[in-house]
Design a protein around this ligand. Structure first.
Ligand SMILES: Nc1ncnc2c1ncn2[C@@H]1O[C@H](COP(=O)(O)OP(=O)(O)O)[C@@H](O)[C@H]1O
Ligand SMILES: [Mg+2]
Length: 268
């Protein structure tokens, strides 16, 4: 679908666990974002690197804090106007910081809001969003979106960056999706003391620890999103955002220390 956009395109989700300090309210990890920005620019300039990237970032200690405080989740009725406004404001604060750092690092980006991308069924990407993304690439801009709050007929709900990455992969036929978090990948037994799982398939047994869950479901939802992306023919990788070399390798499609969910269909 939409080959013009999809040509050598990958999707990269920068997790809130790496771009913010999740335990501290509204604390940006500037160092981590700068390092990721450098790695992205390096990968895009390298011979085997992706020519186009669709960036997504999470909410970390910004959106998640307010969504939790005002009880905004996946299906939320009767959310207060203040809750909606504060959650959005917080995401915009984080997003503008991310944009600033990316631009200063040589990667001019264009914001494509989740509300513009996602259809009212939350199951696909709108035509308006597709056009916007296509125009971004024509102008040499990297499209970037972020997990956000969306208004519904009944109230407001959260759409996670992980889910956005899934919709993007489905719509634009991306080569691979890279989830960047603060851990090396998915571990057996539910925490980083377990063994790193190098390959996950539908048959894999995976346990996620509840204590580390964020408002959008933490690692277990990320793995579900990954499995669904792989099912639709796109390779998925989980990599640690603190490991610069590994991030660059993941973006360039080289073997990494991390978790791989192999695509079900093989790309021609
Ligand atoms: N089985 C697991 N393997 C790896 N991490 C896990 C696992 N279960 C829970 N986690 C936790 O999930 C976190 C990553 O998910 P999440 O916080 O949602 O990341 P992000 O903010 O990047 O979306 C890790 O920091 C880790 O503490
Ligand atoms: Mg998360």
């Amino acid at each position: 679908m939409n080959r013009e956009v999809s040509d050598q395109l990958i999707a990269v989700k920068l997790g809130g666990s790496v771009i913010t300090y999740k335990q501290k309210r509204e604390a940006v990890n500037v160092r981590a974002i700068k390092s990721l920005a450098k790695s992205i620019v390096r990968a895009m300039r390298s011979k085997d690197g992706p020519k186009r990237i669709f960036l997504v970032h999470g909410g970390g200690s910004f959106g998640h804090y307010w969504a939790t405080r005002f009880g905004i989740g996946k299906e939320s009725h009767g959310v207060s106007a203040e809750g909606i406004s504060r959650t959005r404001l917080s995401m915009i604060k984080l997003h503008s910081k991310v944009l600033q750092i990316l631009c200063d690092s040589g990667l001019p980006c264009e914001t494509v809001a989740a509300s513009e991308l996602v259809s009212s069924s939350f199951k696909e990407i709108n035509e308006i969003g597709r056009q916007h993304v296509s125009t971004c690439f024509k102008l040499g801009l990297t499209p970037i979106t972020f997990g956000d709050i969306l208004l519904t007929k009944f109230g407001a709900r959260v759409i996670s960056g992980d889910r956005l990455a899934e919709l993007i992969a489905r719509t634009f036929d991306v080569r691979r999706v890279v989830f960047v978090t603060n851990v090396d990948g998915v571990y057996e037994g539910g925490d980083s003391k377990g063994k790193l799982i190098r390959v996950i398939t539908k048959q894999s047994k995976f346990v996620s620890e509840n204590q580390e869950r964020d408002v959008t479901g933490g690692m277990s939802m990320k793995v579900s999103a990954g499995l669904s992306i792989a099912q639709n023919g796109t390779d998925v990788f989980f990599v640690n955002g603190k490991r610069v070399e590994q991030v660059v390798r993941a973006l360039c499609g080289k073997p990494i220390l991390g978790t791989h969910i192999p695509s079900i269909r093989v790309h021609s």
